[in-house]
Design a protein around this ligand. Sequence first.
Ligand SMILES: Cc1cc2nc3c(=O)[nH]c(=O)nc-3n(C[C@H](O)[C@H](O)[C@H](O)COP(=O)(O)OP(=O)(O)OC[C@H]3O[C@@H](n4cnc5c(N)ncnc54)[C@H](O)[C@@H]3O)c2cc1C
Length: 472
Amino acid sequence: MTDGQERLIAEAERRLGPKAVVTGMADIEPWLTDWRGRLHGASPAIIAPASTEEVAEVVRLAAEHRVPLVPQGGNTGMSGGATPPTDGSALLLSMRRMNRIRSVSAENRLAVAEAGVVLEALHHAAETVGMRFPLTLGSRGSCTIGGLASTNAGGTQVLKFGTMRSLVAGVEAVLPDGSIHNGLSGLKKDNRGYSLDQLLIGAEGTIGVITAVALRLVPAVAARAVAWAGVASPTHALDLLRFIQSQTDSLEGFELVREDCLQLVVKHVPGSRSPLRGSHPWHVLVETTTAKAALDVGGQLERLLAEALKAGIIADAALAANEAQADAFWKLRDSISEAERAEGQTLAHDVSVAVADMPKFLVEASEQVERAFPGVTATGFGHLGDGNIHFHVRAGSHAAPDWYEREGGEITRFVDDLVTAAGGSISAEHGIGQLKRGEFARLASPARVHALRAIKQALDPLGIMNPGKLIP
Ligand SMILES: Cc1cc2nc3c(=O)[nH]c(=O)nc-3n(C[C@H](O)[C@H](O)[C@H](O)COP(=O)(O)OP(=O)(O)OC[C@H]3O[C@@H](n4cnc5c(N)ncnc54)[C@H](O)[C@@H]3O)c2cc1C
């Protein structure tokens, strides 16, 4: 432990109380590895403040003693942004004690939640006033509002409601000099220059610590309809998306699944079976919702699918007969990563291109990867309507145990080059963290790199906020 760290820990304990400082290795250990288990860091302590003022105290101490801080919420991030460096130079700043929902208002359609509130808790709080926070994802039982905002998370409802960026009405944060920015007024209109709130969203803890967020709510769902359709190609899937969108405003979820992904789920996830009788090269999961009890979304979706069948857009479809079946359809989609893990080694790429370009990109990129790296299977699934696909490359079962470490880098560079040539992004939802920093540095435009570095330098000249992450 450095002298600076020792002094910061002692001061934090004196000012914030013993609950705010964790130094037992057994308690720290679980928070030193990322969710995927690929990165391992080191840190002599976790500092866990319980209020915005306490966060400001810690940040001021960190600046005074030149000790870097790594903000951490639920530690479910996919790019290693919350994993501390391996040299033990940084302290973890856990936000989990800041877990109060300060207000929920159906009238203002806003909730103000502290950074450590778990997403699921916010969902429940919104329900109590007949509202809903319309962002959900697989990690909802663990991920926090601060982490979601700091990674600008997406999920399965982006199609209708956008990413965190469009659902955040304001941010309260402690800046690297210990000052407090309060943007929680929730004003619909506020044109006082640069938006600090928006700058902090997706910043991965590199220019401040988010302490609370004002979040937009929408009316609760009164009814939903879920269907599974078989299609010949991603182009047909996109045709279906555009057809449904042209007929109704109720579309909320639209997920693309390739046949091989579905078959892996059927093989590895007990109790799962394909919703359709025959096999189809591609599948689509569709969900429509309404806040109006009188609207028959089930009947509407059934009619639209019948028309799509007649027009040759889809080859077959099944409408979930009840909630249990609807959940079973979603489980097939949500289990793909788990099934892939059971099958063998998988290299995951979370990429985006323009929505209209995705069908062509997906088919051509898969062929190119399989040609360049014989034996692998390149596949894609996910949020077609957002132009965001999880482009996964699976090693065959014959692959060496160190396939991921030996070939992963080269395959990822190949995929990232294809994405960049298509005008896309090498990180659609998961941020840069430390895992994608090298590729970001290699492929980002000089203008973007320059601006990011200038902002970081201006706001955090001492480099105490999450060093080694995001900024190339
Ligand atoms: C099963 C599963 C499914 C997922 N599905 C999706 C999905 O569909 N879409 C999607 O976009 N993402 C998805 N994710 C990843 C997603 O990024 C995270 O779940 C979530 O956004 C991170 O929240 P967290 O609290 O765990 O943050 P952490 O992992 O703790 O931190 C993430 C980053 O934010 C920073 N940070 C955390 N809290 C703060 C704060 N208060 N102030 C400043 N910086 C902070 C950290 O330093 C780090 O850089 C999934 C993850 C899992 C495990």
